[in-house]
Design a protein around this ligand. Structure first.
Ligand SMILES: Nc1ncnc2c1ncn2[C@@H]1O[C@H](COP(=O)(O)OP(=O)(O)OP(=O)(O)O)[C@@H](O)[C@H]1O
Ligand SMILES: [Mg+2]
Length: 356
């Protein structure tokens, strides 16, 4: 359906050679339209929804600039690493009455459930190559952590010395581990967890990772799986450590997506039924990222364990909150689901600590 919003956006953009408009997607934040053109490449217009997670979204120019300038910065760097992996064109329009982005159309893609294991592995490998290059690039943005638009440019919200940030990052995992084993949870394998985490952190402290522009939202909804190519859209970038986020991809595709399969926000994707393809994608990713460097493999697996530790504790904390927000209920599910996930996390954590 062609809405008034999309008509307005098209008029603002002065697009004339239109050959068709179709709605191609809807995430939590945007309604997405493909604009076919007669003479030029198709484009996509993503119109910001008025409500997200049941809440009316106020117009906050600084937040919107931060969001879209971050996507733009991510796409610019990505385009230096590889052609066609991210939109080569991206712009946005902010007004109290309407907010939208306009960007390259990156293809239709297959659903993850329609990929063969071999296709999943091959596309995962391509992502691995890309992320290795992306993580090796100087981000060109000062600071560390979440990005902020300061009126002139993007900057990382943390300004401390990087060696200090690295040690705080390591301390953080140790603290979470001690908090987890100090809980009332029946942990039969406490010693295994403690020993493994302490060993990882001891080694990790002496191997400071590089700062990269990383993507915190690499779920399949934001990846377009083509026959031979793969594209990344809708990134959520920040400045953080490179191998930590290589480990995050593996964590996501080997565990997290399955663990959130029954949460209302993700139910429709049936991730649990596609465990094999997702896991193959992670295998391909590792292969592409490490490029036969066995030591890198160990480091990525260690990061995977650390993400699992954080996830375990996050579910424990949520379970003990008096009340869950509407957003949490959608994203994580109710307390029964959180409890179930907590058990899955603990099982996975122990398994990983034993085998890696
Ligand atoms: N540039 C693009 N090219 C092709 N398809 C796109 C593009 N941008 C978005 N889409 C399609 O629209 C869907 C939703 O888009 P998008 O992820 O940008 O929405 P969102 O509301 O920002 O998402 P989220 O809920 O993850 O925040 C995507 O899964 C994809 O199928
Ligand atoms: Mg999205």
């Amino acid at each position: 359906m062609v809405t008034e919003d999309i008509k307005y956006a098209i008029k603002k953009l002065k697009i004339e050679d239109i050959d068709g408009i179709s709605k191609i997607g809807e995430g939590a934040w945007h309604s997405v339209y493909r604009i076919k053109r007669k003479m030029e490449a198709d484009i996509v217009i993503r119109i910001k929804k008025e409500k997200a997670y049941g809440q009316l979204q106020e117009f906050n120019e600084l937040d919107l600039k931060t969001e879209y300038e971050s996507s733009k910065a991510y796409y610019e760097l990505a385009n230096q690493c590889s052609v066609n992996i991210c939109p080569s064109f991206f712009s946005y329009f902010l007004d109290e009455s309407i907010v939208f982005t306009v960007e390259s159309f990156m293809g239709e893609g297959k659903r993850i459930q329609d990929l063969t294991n071999l296709e999943a592995y091959t596309l995962g490998k391509k992502l691995g190559y890309f992320f290795r290059d992306m993580h090796g690039k100087e981000p060109g943005i000062k600071g560390f952590g979440n990005l902020l638009w300061n009126g002139k440019q993007l900057e990382g919200s943390l300004k401390q010395d990087i060696a200090h940030i690295w040690q705080s990052d390591n301390n953080y995992y140790e603290n979470v581990m001690y908090k987890l084993i100090g809980t009332d949870l029946e942990l039969f394998n406490k010693d295994i967890i403690v020993e493994k985490i302490l060993t990882i952190i001891k080694k990790r402290r002496g191997n400071q990772q590089s700062i990269a522009l990383v993507n915190q939202d690499i779920t399949p909804e934001n990846i377009i799986f083509g026959c031979h190519n793969v594209a990344l859209i809708d990134p959520f970038p920040k400045l953080d450590f490179n191998l930590k986020y290589a480990g995050y991809f593996v964590f996501c595709y080997k565990f997290l997506l399955m663990a959130y399969s029954n949460a209302p926000r993700y139910q429709k994707y049936h991730y649990k039924d596609h465990y094999e393809a997702l896991s193959k994608m992670a295998d391909g990713f590792i292969y592409g990222y490490i490029d036969v460097n066995e030591y890198l493999y160990k480091q990525i697996m260690d990061e995977y364990i650390l993400w699992t530790l954080l996830e375990t504790y996050e579910n424990y904390e949520m379970l003990h909150k008096e009340e869950l927000s509407y957003k949490t209920l959608l994203q994580m599910g109710d307390k029964d689901m959180i409890n179930q996930r907590l058990e899955m996390c603990l099982e996975q954590l122990v398994k990983l600590c034993k085998t890696n």
